[in-house]
Design a protein around this ligand. Structure first.
Ligand code: 6PG
Length: 232
């Protein structure tokens, strides 16, 4: 019997106000983690939604030396391909702040999905519970690269990272953290922006078994969404 997802919805009338709250939540999580343990382990979302947020994080006043960055998923594209989630994060944010390069853990998809998933699973075994996981939501309810109809790795002890070969969102080949590994987190923050996410939001709130619902950290998940998406 797996426990159900505890989901807190925060609604915003503008993208700006949603991003402002996200910056604040990330800053608080970082401050708390660095105070408690001297390090902040953060998992980044890919796609387009977080771009504006990442740009705003450049201005954060924090001890960047204590930040350790991981990726919730990666697209199997060449290292320098701008379509890679790690490239987007670097271009919009990480190349503009002094996080030690050895503390930015890109998923080595140039090895191929299977080998990269195994290598990243080994990397993640060196990390305990994440302090914060950022996730997006796809039009079909996917998150990271966990898509409807595939294996989401929900069972306890699932591999940290999974190869994906048939993603309906190009490119088909990816690596994704498993639902179980994404759930080993003190906090999980979903960012949901854009009219195209309306149906996925409705399905999620109606209890549909979408991949986003498989993310079940002990303390629940926080969803920052545009309020217009909840209006019929
Ligand atoms: C990816 C992302 C994916 C993304 C959602 C939402 O590699 O595509 O990790 O999970 O978060 O598809 O994408 P947008 O933010 O571009 O709408």
């Amino acid at each position: 019997m797996t426990h159900s997802q505890l989901c807190r919805w925060y609604l915003f009338s503008s993208v700006q106000s949603l991003q402002t709250e996200a910056v604040s939540m990330i800053a608080r999580a970082a401050e708390q983690a660095i105070t408690d343990s001297g390090a902040f382990h953060l998992v980044l979302a890919g796609g387009h939604t977080p771009r504006g947020l990442y740009e705003r994080l450049r201005a954060l006043k924090t001890n960047w030396e204590a930040w350790h960055i991981y990726f919730g998923d990666e697209r199997c594209l060449p290292v320098a391909d701008p379509g890679r989630n790690s490239a987007m994060a670097r271009d919009t944010w990480l190349d503009h702040v002094p996080v030690p390069r050895k503390q930015i853990h890109a998923i080595p998809v140039e090895m191929g999905a299977k080998e990269a998933a195994a290598a990243y699973s080994a990397t993640l075994q060196q990390v305990g519970e994440f302090d914060l996981v950022l996730l997006g939501l796809g039009e079909d309810g996917h998150t990271a690269s966990l898509f409807p109809g595939s294996d989401w790795g929900q069972e306890a002890g699932s591999p940290g990272a999974l190869p994906v070969y048939d993603a309906p969102k190009a490119p088909a080949e990816r690596v994704s953290l498993s639902a179980w590994r994404l759930s080993q987190a003190k906090r999980v923050l979903f960012l949901v922006i854009g009219e195209s996410k309306r149906e996925a939001v409705m399905n999620w709130r109606a209890g549909a078994n979408i991949p986003a619902r498989a993310i079940k950290p002990l303390h629940g998940v926080d969803v920052l969404a545009e309020s217009v998406l909840l209006k019929g």
